[in-house]
Design a protein around this ligand. Structure first.
Ligand code: ATP
Length: 348
């Protein structure tokens, strides 16, 4: 089922939660809505679900106006951050619930329900837990059951609101991969909300980056990461160092380093450099930024160094452990920073 969001706006009192959004979701796509807290992700998801009505604009399901269609008729399945399983029902009954409450005419037989529930439980690889109660499951297992329950009614659209947000990092990473594989098998048009850029980049076919009720960029993970349309997207998709600068003759200058800038002479500009895009050197070059290493932190496979730079905030540099050890870098020593890549945006 394809979904078109057409010029949708939503206010809460004076507050504009969504501002004239335009978005086409292809049938079978797995789309991530990514953005900071309060940017309107959940509101958009609730509008797609039919739990919230937009003030302006339309939503089309498969080309047909569904703006006023009731949530029950939209054939959407939901999974929320906080598992909404019924505590007094077994896993089996939780998954069967949506089928049992169907009107008599469309309700499957008891044998059919059994077959279907076991099929879904196998799909989420938890058939062996059918007789347990939610309290006897881990958080990750509960979310998989919640997904099985959402799928039981054969939704045309699956909506997931921070489905793994309450789980610890390791389980979350497992469930991401698992969700991706499941989606590849089922091809249900799915929209999931997250504020975690890694999660969006890893799982989604396309990412919608939102900020303050607007869409900043829509693109594949590669597009939004490698070619951010705005400084906001660039900053939101990964750690970044900011160097404030002024432009001279088409160059933004930071220390002795120069970066091509499109702004006019003496305009303020900001140079953005990701921590892993900086080379360290002990030799002064005419294009480097001088600093002193003030801290080092081990992040597992990489090492993060903090470098104090005159007239700038602390600059973070990320090296692989190998390069860190080869370099023999020490806290307290003077170094030169050579950004390999940089982006220059006009100062806001
Ligand atoms: P989070 O990641 O924190 O859930 P979000 O991006 O999903 O954030 P929304 O829940 O869509 O954000 O909320 C967007 C804005 O609209 C927020 O500032 C929120 O306070 C406001 N908002 C949402 N629902 C209501 C409501 N029913 N009444 C008033 N304001 C609301």
């Amino acid at each position: 089922m394809s979904i078109a969001i057409n010029a949708i706006s939503k206010r809460f009192g004076d507050f504009v939660a969504l501002d004239n959004l335009q978005l086409d979701i292809a049938s079978g796509e797995l789309l991530a809505l990514l953005g900071p807290s309060g940017c309107g992700k959940t509101t958009l998801l609730r509008i797609i679900a039919g739990l919230e009505t937009p003030d302006q604009g339309q939503i089309l399901f498969h080309g047909e106006d569904a703006t006023d269609t009731h949530v029950r008729e939209r054939q959407v399945g939901f999974v929320f951050q906080h598992y909404a399983l019924f505590r007094h029902m077994t896993v089996f009954e939780n998954v069967a619930f949506g089928l049992r409450v169907r009107p008599k005419k469309t309700r499957p037989s008891e044998t059919e329900i059994k077959r279907k529930v076991h099929e879904l439980l196998s799909l989420v690889q938890l058939d062996w837990l059918a007789d347990r109660y939610p309290a006897q499951l881990s958080g990750g297992q509960r979310q998989r059951i919640a997904l099985a329950r959402a799928l039981a009614v054969e939704p045309k659209v699956l909506l997931l609101d921070e489905p793994f947000g309450a789980l610890d990092t390791k389980v979350r990473k497992e469930l991401r991969r698992w969700l991706r594989r499941l989606h590849d098998e089922m091809h249900i048009t799915s929209v999931f909300v997250t504020h975690d850029q890694e999660e969006a980049l890893e799982v989604a076919d396309r990412v919608v980056v939102m900020n303050k009720g607007k869409i900043e960029q829509i693109g594949t993970p590669e597009q939004v990461y490698d070619a951010p349309a705005t400084p906001f997207v660039y900053q939101f998709l990964g750690d970044v160092n900011l160097f404030h600068s002024r432009v001279h003759d088409g160059w933004a200058e930071v220390g002795a380093a120069r970066f091509a800038a499109e702004a006019g002479d003496s305009d303020k500009a900001v140079v953005y450099v990701r921590p892993h895009e900086i080379e360290l050197s002990r030799v002064a070059t005419d294009k480097a930024i001088a600093g002193v290493i003030s801290h080092s932190r081990l992040l597992g496979a990489t090492v993060r160094l903090e470098v104090d730079v005159k007239d700038a905030e602390v600059v973070e540099v990320e090296l692989t452990r190998e390069r860190y050890q080869e370099g023999g870098w020490q806290v307290g020593e003077p170094v030169w920073l050579n950004p390999r890549e940089a982006r220059v945006y006009p100062a806001a």
